[in-house]
Design a protein around this ligand. Structure first.
Ligand SMILES: Nc1ncnc2c1ncn2[C@@H]1O[C@H](COP(=O)(O)OP(=O)(O)OP(=O)(O)O)[C@@H](O)[C@H]1O
Length: 236
């Protein structure tokens, strides 16, 4: 992302949600994004994932600029090259675990790679649950299904928005360990928004946003140091 700005509204109601953000996410990196409420984290994530367009500046995914793309192209790129994980899992309740995981393949018209499906489902630890419905699973298991769904298209980037926000701390840490394994073992690139310094400490680096700006980058973060920085920037 190069010099990205994002303005909402105009005139007296104008809000500058991003004020010139430049970030490179290396392949195989695990990056957390933190900052006080309203600092621009969601806007940053949405622009980085092509869900929203910056007002100025550029977003590149795998070297390809998103700015020139039409809406249909952006939709295809999101489906094929980005995996999403949300706080509330966002699984389809009427579908089995298996059908939830393979949904992105049906949307993008990609054939099922059986070996990859088996690897993903066993890695995330839900290979025994494929016939169940989401409502028959615990929160942690549902989030694992969502992670498998995010991986099924072998995306360039996994975007996780508060992925542990709805989980107790023990289950949340299992999910974070899983993210770390995916990064280390598969070279998966992960970008995660979180309010939790413990969650952020699982990442390789933390980006701190304040008032639409990138104010600090911390490498090899520890929960305590992250919490101290958050207190400094006025966050929770
Ligand atoms: N669709 C929108 N229309 C107008 N203003 C918006 C819109 N989306 C976000 N904003 C404003 O942009 C700023 C950044 O919002 P954003 O949601 O990116 O922050 P955040 O750091 O993700 O906050 P939180 O931690 O509360 O989710 C805020 O001032 C917000 O009110």
């Amino acid at each position: 992302m190069r010099e990205a700005t994002k303005n909402y509204g105009s005139g007296g109601n104008a809000v500058q949600a991003l004020r010139g953000i430049s970030v490179d996410l290396a392949r195989g990196s695990f990056t957390a994004v933190m900052g006080p409420s309203g600092s621009g984290k969601s806007t940053f994530l949405h622009c980085a994932a092509g869900l929203d367009r910056p007002t100025s500046g550029q977003v590149l995914l795998g070297g390809v600029p998103l700015s020139g793309m039409r809406e249909a192209e952006l939709t295809r790129l999101r489906r094929e090259r980005i995996g999403f994980v949300f706080q509330a899992y966002n699984l389809l309740p009427a579908l089995s675990v298996r059908d939830n995981i393979t949904m992105p393949l049906r949307l993008s018209g990609t054939p099922l790679d059986r070996a990859w499906f088996d690897e993903v489902t066993s890695r995330v630890g839900i290979a025994e649950k494929l016939r169940k419905r989401p409502s028959e699973l615990s929160g942690g298991q549902q989030q694992r299904v969502a992670i498998a769904r995010a991986l099924i298209n072998r995306p360039d980037l996994v975007m996780a928005d508060e992925p542990t926000g709805a989980l107790d701390s023990h289950t949340g840490q299992e999910v974070l360990r899983l993210f770390r394994e995916l990064v280390h073992d598969l070279g998966q690139t992960v970008l995660m928004v979180t309010h939790d310094p413990v969650a952020a400490s699982y990442a390789h680096s933390v980006l701190f946003l304040a008032d639409g700006r990138l104010v600090e980058r911390m490498d090899r973060p520890e929960a305590k140091t992250v919490a101290e920085r958050m207190a400094h920037f006025g966050g929770r």
